[in-house]
Design a binder for this molecule. Structure first.
Ligand SMILES: Nc1ncnc2c1ncn2[C@@H]1O[C@H](COP(=O)(O)OP(=O)(O)O)[C@@H](O)[C@H]1O
Ligand SMILES: [Mg+2]
Length: 211
């Protein structure tokens, strides 16, 4: 069983949206997946309650109870645990990072978000867990390739010493629309641009995490 946490001290970077999409994608690929919602705002839980499918499974818990949840999940045959975390609590985020095999730090490519990422990268570096920064809400690539703002963000993020995931997730209405009735973009139409991005992200992550 592997544990993947989505951590960012800043709110609104896509922790919940990406946790949900990755957990669904892992389920669709045949894994037994547990999504753990450690955020008191409980957005992932609200999504899950609107959902008709039984997978991925979801449990709500406080960060401090994560060891117990992971212990129980090990005995229940889960292949992957995806942990959605709350912003603004470095203590809880550090505890989650410590219990993870991998951490992904979502960030928007805008300068204010890039400026704010230091708190998250420091925390993750201190724990010494394998990590990637994941650019989210990016302008979509065009026929000329990746937009400048994304390329520049990759450049600016080099100072933190944490590799940036080669897949950047675009800002697309589908990512929020899909969540309205408890689904993920890949459950509507696997051929949409949003679905193809998530599929590519999942395949890349799966390879990186040796899943
Ligand atoms: N790639 C995306 N495209 C469009 N909207 C997005 C995307 N990622 C996140 N959002 C939207 O941005 C807002 C914040 O995302 P959320 O996943 O709740 O972030 P966090 O959990 O880090 O606070 C939500 O309204 C969500 O629907
Ligand atoms: Mg959230």
């Amino acid at each position: 069983m592997k544990t993947l946490s989505l951590i960012a001290q800043k709110g609104g970077t896509g922790k919940t949206s990406l946790s949900i999409h990755l957990a669904v994608q892992a389920s669709l690929s045949g894994m037994k997946v547990l999504l753990v919602d450690t955020d008191p705002q409980a957005s992932a839980t609200a999504w899950w309650k609107r959902r008709e499918e039984a997978t991925p499974e979801l449990i709500q818990c406080r960060g401090e109870n994560l060891p117990r949840v992971l212990n129980a999940a090990t005995g229940q045959g889960f292949d992957l645990v995806v942990v959605d975390t709350a912003p603004h609590s470095s203590k809880e985020s550090t505890a989650c990072a410590r219990m993870s095999d991998w951490v992904y730090i979502p960030s928007r490519p805008a300068i204010l978000d890039l400026d704010a990422i230091g708190a998250s990268t420091e925390l993750v570096t201190a724990v010494d867990v394998p990590a990637r920064i994941l650019l989210n809400c990016c302008p979509p690539a065009t026929r000329f390739g990746e937009p400048h703002i994304v390329t520049e963000a990759r450049q600016a993020l080099k100072v933190y010493g944490i590799p940036v995931c080669e897949v950047a997730i675009s800002q697309r209405a589908a990512f929020s629309h899909a969540l309205i009735d408890g689904r993920a973009v890949t459950e509507f139409d696997r051929k949409t641009k949003a679905a193809l991005e998530i599929d590519r992200l999942w395949k890349t992550m799966r390879q990186e995490m040796s899943l």
